[in-house]
Design a protein around this ligand. Structure first.
Ligand code: 5CA
Ligand code: ZN
Length: 392
């Protein structure tokens, strides 16, 4: 798999139990195709490891208390807690319909407040965190210089970090910070915002420390994969890694940083803030076969930024029908070769375009020559189900 920290494709080398953390949704709107594509890529890793005989401890968070969620609840006069629960439930339905294997632990920030407080308190005690000098709101920040390897996950230069920090939820202008790049760990209670009493004073958690605490407490350090979309490379994964390093003295928090490309629509990144969204639940309601949707999302490489088009879905419907016709025949072209090609392409940084092409070849041969292998259809059907998650 490609690893962002080294910028190269490296073998993952999990032990008997592979450990993977993938950043989950902020549940203030329904699952769109960008989310689906990202979770689908990690589902293929999950499936590949299981096929290879590993157990997989897969952890995912749900950012169920954060600025965008609170803003949406306020805009719609909704209860933020109810909004988060409703959208999380819909997300789980969408994932199930796409046959994405669920994580072992799906942990909300709200249920993890106690563990997050513990992490922030430790960082404060060790001097890696500090309070801003603001008598009204003495919020707690992380001193990014407290982690020796800060910057090694993204590899970005200072200018890029400063730009992305400001674009992606950071607050470089906050007075009283030691450095404009320092990230929020604990936000003291404001009127009309939810807050939790704690030894830090009443407040709510920052974003990066949420994932740091949830991951470390379930997977320990040095887990196999930290994943998410490429929009999380910086600041999110850099800071989660830095918090973990300051906390444990160990580096790196994850052996592989895997990032998926962004799905766009009409040339722009699909994002809740832009509103240019195609929802999984909408397509399902329109009667789209979730297996065709899954196949469409797998037809291009997970690392490329790409645009969603209806044409991709049409192609997937045709391809799915051909595969279904081929496995329905009593005998097919020999299957061992196509199954090993399928595994090999997936093992090569999830090369799904090549994997699908190998299956197209097999279906073409089977449909034109009809035979001779009576066991082939079952074998190919099972491999497609297990490795690609597509039920024919
Ligand atoms: N709750 C945080 C992560 S801790 C969050 O980023 N939530 S999210 O709802 O905005 O995104 C959920 C996941 O989908 C993240 O891994 C994100 O990187 C990914 N994602 C968001 N938009 C897209 C997109 N347009 N294309 C591909 N992946 C996307
Ligand atoms: Zn995260």
């Amino acid at each position: 798999m490609h690893d962002t920290a080294t910028g190269s494709v490296q073998a993952t080398a999990p032990g008997h139990t592979a450990r993977m953390y993938v950043c989950g949704i902020t549940p203030y709107d329904a699952t769109h195709l960008g989310h689906a594509a990202t979770y689908l890529a990690f589902d293929l890793i999950h499936r590949y490891w299981r096929d290879a005989g590993h157990e997989v401890h897969y952890v995912q968070n749900v950012t169920d208390v954060d600025d965008p969620l609170l803003a949406r609840a306020q805009r719609d006069l909704d209860d933020w807690l109810v909004l988060g629960m409703r959208e999380t439930a819909l997300f789980r339905e969408d994932m199930e319909s796409l046959r994405i294997l669920p994580p072992r632990d799906l942990i909300g920030a709200v249920e993890a407040i106690g563990e997050i407080v513990e992490v922030v308190a430790k960082l404060l005690a060790s001097g890696a965190a500090y309070r801003v000098d603001d008598p009204r709101y003495p919020d707690i920040y992380f001193d990014h210089q407290a982690a020796a390897h800060f910057g090694s996950e993204s590899g970005y230069d200072e200018g890029t970090m400063a730009r992305l920090f400001a674009e992606r939820g950071g607050d470089p202008e906050r007075p009283g910070k030691r450095h404009s790049l320092d990230a929020l760990l604990w936000r003291m209670a404001r009127d009309s915002e939810p807050s939790w009493d704690s030894e830090l004073g009443p407040g709510r958690p920052g974003w990066h420390v949420e994932c740091c605490a949830i991951a470390l407490n379930r997977l320990g350090t040095g887990f196999d994969v930290q994943g998410g979309g490429s929009d999380l490379i910086f600041p999110h994964h850099e800071f989660s890694a830095a918090h973990a390093e300051a906390l444990t003295g160990e580096h790196p928090i994850a052996r592989h940083y895997i990032h998926t490309g962004m799905i766009g629509l009409n040339g722009e990144k699909m994002s809740k803030s832009k509103g240019n969204l195609v929802f999984v639940s909408r397509l399902r309601a329109d009667g789209v076969d979730p297996m065709a949707l899954r196949l469409a999302l797998l037809s291009e490489h997970y690392r490329t930024d790409r645009s969603w088009t209806g044409g991709l879905l049409d192609e997937a419907v045709t391809r799915l029908a051909r595969w279904r016709d081929a496995v329905a025949l009593p005998a097919g072209a020999p299957a061992e070769d196509v199954v090993s090609r399928l595994r090999a392409h997936l093992a090569d940084d999830l090369d799904t375009p090549q994997a699908l092409a190998a299956l197209d070849d097999w279906a073409g041969q089977t449909l034109t020559r009809r035979g001779p292998d009576a066991a082939a259809s079952t074998l190919v059907r099972t491999a497609i189900d297990a490795l690609l998650g597509i039920a024919l």
